[in-house]
Ligand binder design. Structure first.
Ligand code: DGY
Length: 336
């Protein structure tokens, strides 16, 4: 297939360099509007192209693939998470799904580490106090947070991002604890001096900060449920840069409000944006889903996406095919 004859449609505005490369290589339809398409517009687009390049927010479920018609052959997602795509339904109709893993892991880990520091050390509260005129000079008892060094960090789902967080956390003097379905490579475990917990519940009861880093699947919805949040110690913090659906957000907000948890640093929310209750909760740092938002990361995500489309157009298997079940080890062990 001549790549230039491959019809590619992009659903959101992408960095200019990525759009330019797409236009050079393919018959590309871009989108100037930086807002999600309606389901009807998305479907209309998909019905007339060989390749759809969606991103999170575009819901591609089984009904979508039923209606997408015969032409669509590749869904090249701009992003790592594919919980908005029914990959099995796509595959069943002969449609390949790719994503952009790895390239955003380090930037995402920086943001998780920033939250791990910001919440216990009351960083945002301090900035606000100063801006609001509440700072009248140093005081021995004002703005006291909690020390980070020496605390136990519990990572649920130690994969690419989890490992990058663990490396940073080690440098800040935290000890690493983790739960996966099975232990990671022993060399990496040794290097991180990480402790594997076969039981997620037992780990939760013992750590000071929880970072949740597994994919959102039906099995991980509300992984941090009320029952599990209640296992945490009252001085524990929750950090989530993965997907909002992994945490029972209302319960989390309520427990922080009642002083049954120390606080939370969140970049993602169950309904896309934070609930009223969460916005009003004390000791929370809430970010607008920006963990991977660097110029470099977005450019590299675009490059990966283009490599996947080009390989497909040249008749090869794209390198970043999403294989259902491949990340299962990042999900909790059955019976937990
Ligand atoms: C992804 O790629 O899935 C990220 O959530 C974007 O930040």
């Amino acid at each position: 297939m001549n790549a230039k004859s491959v019809c590619v449609a992009v659903t959101r505005k992408l960095p200019a360099s990525v759009e330019a490369r797409l236009t050079d290589l393919f018959d590309a339809t871009l989108n100037d509007r930086d807002a999600p398409l309606s389901p009807e517009a998305l479907l209309g687009l998909a019905q007339n192209v060989d390749v759809l390049a969606p991103t999170l927010g575009d819901k591609l479920d089984a009904a979508f693939f039923d209606a997408a018609g015969e032409r669509l052959k590749l869904v090249a997602n701009f992003g790592a998470g594919t919980d908005h795509i029914d990959v099995a339904a796509a595959n069943a109709r002969g449609i390949t799904v790719t994503n952009t893993p790895s390239v955003l892991a380090e930037d995402a880990a920086d943001m998780a580490m920033a939250l791990i520091l910001a919440v216990p050390r009351r960083l945002v509260e301090g900035v606000h106090a100063l801006e609001n005129g509440a700072f009248h000079g140093w005081s021995p008892t004002w703005m006291l947070g909690r020390r980070v060094r020496g605390k136990k960090l519990g990572i649920i789902g130690l994969g690419r991002v989890g490992e990058a967080i663990a490396r940073r956390a080690r440098a800040f003097g935290l000890s690493i604890h983790y739960h996966n379905r099975s232990p990671i490579n022993p060399h990496i475990e040794e290097e991180l001096e990480a402790t594997y917990w076969d039981s997620l519940d037992q780990m939760l009861a013992r750590v000071d900060i929880v970072s949740i880093n597994c994919p959102h699947t039906p099995a991980t919805f509300h992984l941090l449920s009320r029952r599990r949040l209640e296992l945490l110690q009252p001085q524990a913090y929750v950090v989530n840069i993965s997907r909002g659906e992994l945490v029972d957000e209302e319960t989390l907000a309520g427990m922080i409000e009642e002083g049954r948890l120390a606080g939370a640093g969140l970049d993602v929310y169950e309904r896309g944006t934070p609930s009223e209750k969460l916005l009003k909760a004390p000791n929370v740092v809430l970010l607008p889903h920006m963990a991977s938002a660097t110029v470099e990361s977005r450019a590299e995500m675009g490059e990966r996406m283009i490599i996947n489309i080009k390989m497909f157009a040249d008749g090869h298997k794209p390198p970043d095919r999403v294989i259902p079940g491949l990340d299962d080890n990042l999900e909790p062990k059955a019976g937990n």
